[in-house]
Design a protein around this ligand. Structure first.
Ligand code: KG4
Ligand code: ZN
Length: 362
């Protein structure tokens, strides 16, 4: 009988079919991610029904590959944890139903995991796990930046969580993806803008920084740690129109525009995170989510944070959607004996947040 807590994680909330085996909540033995991005590129975004169909095709081979790569026996898997929200409903249901079947067939517990919280947990996989257990690291402020979310989350030593800021319109990843679309760079735009920006000047064009206060007045108290990126997208549209459309622009205009636009997003993310970290006396700051793969954001936030704040940077392989974060977080529920019901349902939107602890209380 194997003593280790071997957990299978499954993730199908958007356009990646992912499965992973994680032992004891941190030891990632396999992390298989099958992306369907090429199927959605022609539509310029993720089509939910198409995503569900692709998940259905990929789920079994992806789970088999995760178990094989981990070199564990399927009989030794102690629990199956699965993303049950937030995300695209048809996509979520594929992973959820597979996990339910797996749980019933193997006679092991089923654990539903919140995708948003799992993105934060991703920062603590592998060696970073020790930081989760050190009280001195709390409160932890986490900047969650993905295609669907942009939020600042405060995690207290008792593992309670609170969203202290969020986007009031577009998410940071969405702003980069929409910006890339206007620049006709392709989809998803984040990684393309990241690459092309390396050849451009970040301060060449002055794109707006929203909710930062204006005319010498500070931003309203309610929006102090909130974000807004929809105005930025509109100003990019005008910027391109002034040149007579994207077809008429030169290579260096495109590079400088991409770099300045990306920097406008990164600048606000860093300014607000540093401000919030000081305001809430955070001892650590986590950067996580798909946009956390951005090379400039990773450097810029680290450089701007005061040296006495511990910077916990999610390894690139765990920033985008993956199942290691689902399996890792699931293990904490397994260890505490907190299991989901077989009739576990999926949900598309983030539920009232304060009710979900980061990991189950100590
Ligand atoms: O976390 P994620 O994989 O999926 C969601 O839960 O949304 O995040 C996807 C987002 C997309 O908007 C994508 O453009 C962005 O992450 N992204 C990046 C980079 N790689 C992915 N954004 C900026 N720079 C990157 N290198
Ligand atoms: Zn995600």
């Amino acid at each position: 009988m194997i003593k280790e807590n071997i957990v299978l994680g499954i993730e199908t909330s958007c356009d990646e079919t992912a499965a992973s085996i994680v032992v004891d909540g941190f030891d990632v033995r396999s992390n298989i991610v099958s992306s369907q991005i090429s199927k959605h590129t022609v539509y310029g975004g993720v089509v939910p029904e198409l995503a569900a169909r692709e998940h259905l095709k990929a789920i079994k081979p992806v789970v088999d590959a995760a178990v094989k790569k981990a070199s564990v026996s399927i009989k030794d898997v102690k629990a199956v944890s699965v993303t049950n929200g937030p995300g695209l409903m048809p996509a979520l249901l594929v992973g959820l139903n597979f996990a339910r079947g797996f749980s019933a067939a193997m006679g092991i517990p089923l654990i539903g995991i919140n995708h948003f919280i799992a993105h934060i947990y991703a920062a603590f996989l592998r060696n970073n796990i020790r930081m989760l257990f050190q009280k001195a690291n709390y409160p932890i402020l986490s900047l969650v930046v993905s295609g669907g979310h942009t939020a600042l989350v405060l995690i207290n030593a008792d593992r309670s969580t609170r969203i202290i800021g969020t986007t009031i319109d577009d998410a940071a990843g969405e702003a980069l993806d929409k910006g890339a679309k206007l620049l006709e760079l392709g989809y998803p735009g984040g990684p393309i803008i990241d690459k092309i920006s390396k050849s451009g000047k970040i301060n060449k064009y002055n794109f707006p920084r929203s909710l930062m206060g204006a005319g010498g007045k500070p931003v309203s108290k309610a929006n102090k740690f909130n974000f807004s990126f929809s105005g930025l997208k509109t100003s990019l549209l005008y910027h391109i129109e002034k040149k007579g459309g994207i077809k008429n622009v030169k290579k260096n205009f495109l590079e400088d525009t991409a770099a300045s636009y990306q920097y406008a997003v990164i600048d606000v993310l860093c300014l607000k995170t540093v401000k919030a970290a000081k305001f809430y006396n955070a001892q650590s700051v986590v950067l996580c989510g798909g946009v956390a793969q951005n090379s400039l954001l990773r450097k810029e936030l680290e450089n701007r944070l005061p040296r006495d704040i511990n910077f916990i940077l999610t390894p690139k392989e765990f920033c985008g959607d993956n199942a290691a974060m689902i399996a890792g977080l699931g293990e904490h529920y397994y260890r505490k004996g907190i299991f989901s019901d077989f009739n576990l349902d999926a949900y598309s939107r983030l539920p009232e947040f304060s009710k979900i602890p980061f990991v189950p209380k100590l």
